[in-house]
Design a protein around this ligand. Structure first.
Ligand SMILES: C[S@@+](CC[C@H](N)C(=O)[O-])C[C@H]1O[C@@H](n2cnc3c(N)ncnc32)[C@H](O)[C@@H]1O
Length: 248
């Protein structure tokens, strides 16, 4: 398996490998700089802590005090507490928490599908970025949810998901919306960002029997990487990763 040379942190998995590949390219491109990173809805720091270990300064804004407490413990254990700032707050109110146009790299992973309205959150992300800064946005994929429900025998739920304009299965759904690549890209473009890359994350991982996924982890990561950028595989992934930039 290919290693991530300038990023300490957990081993690469189908959940993280493609995103780290894209982030690593951006970090390598700016290899001399200590970057200012903002992770919106960063939770317990699965990305924030490795980025701090790689020498960058990371602010995590999250609505959950429990998640932030876990983040602070994790950062302390990793010896990077001085490079990780935990801020409780809302993703659509970043202007009061982070200096506008001050951030080199903003992460917003698995958040836009749970917030009340993704439009002000994306506007806030774009406003936090310096000109030339980049955004890493990970969202739940709609097609994968339809396929997954159908393959588990829940054809009624699959039909509801396919028909619903927001890609949810109704009020008991844990997510408020799901995205296709075009819809997610349009959301970022409308906020003034230029979408540079779109990848699928977990094209196969959630569909395989556990014995296959657990038995051949390196081969699975490699295959996920191979398929990630290629429609139609990209478009049936459990998550879609968009890498976008605020024009310089
Ligand atoms: C599914 S978790 C994702 C965590 C992390 N980004 C990841 O990919 O592992 C969603 C996170 O978003 C946070 N969150 C939800 N709504 C938010 C909001 N309006 N503003 C800021 N954070 C929010 C939650 O507290 C939670 O930590």
């Amino acid at each position: 398996m290919e290693q991530t040379p300038n990023l300490a942190g957990p081993p690469l998995t189908p959940r993280t490998a493609v995103v780290w590949s894209v982030l690593r390219a951006e970090l390598d491109r700016r290899s001399t700089a200590e970057l200012t990173v903002l992770d919106v809805g960063g939770g317990t720091g699965g990305f924030a802590v490795p980025l701090a270990q790689a020498g960058h300064r990371v602010t995590v804004v999250d609505a959950s005090p429990d998640a932030l407490a876990a983040l602070s413990r994790r950062a302390a254990e990793a010896g990077v507490a001085d490079r990780v700032r935990a801020v409780q707050g809302d993703g659509d109110a970043l202007a009061g928490l982070v200096e506008p146009a001050s951030v080199d790299l903003v992460l917003c992973h698995a958040v836009l599908e749970v917030v009340d309205d993704p439009v002000p959150v994306v506007a806030a992300l774009a406003g936090a970025l310096r000109p030339g800064g980049a955004a890493s946005v990970l969202v739940a994929g709609r097609s994968a949810a339809v396929l997954g429900r159908a393959m588990n025998g829940h054809l009624d739920v699959a039909a509801a998901l396919a028909a619903d304009p927001d890609g949810t299965a109704g009020p008991r759904d844990t997510l408020r919306r799901r995205f296709d690549a075009e819809g997610a890209a349009a959301l970022l473009t409308a906020a003034g960002l230029t979408v540079e890359e779109i990848h699928g994350v977990r094209v196969l991982a959630d569909l395989l029997p556990a014995a296959v996924a657990d038995g051949q982890p390196a081969a699975l990561v490699e295959l996920e990487r191979t398929l990630a950028a290629r429609p139609p595989w990209r478009d049936v992934a459990a998550q879609l990763h968009l890498f976008a930039r605020r024009p310089a």
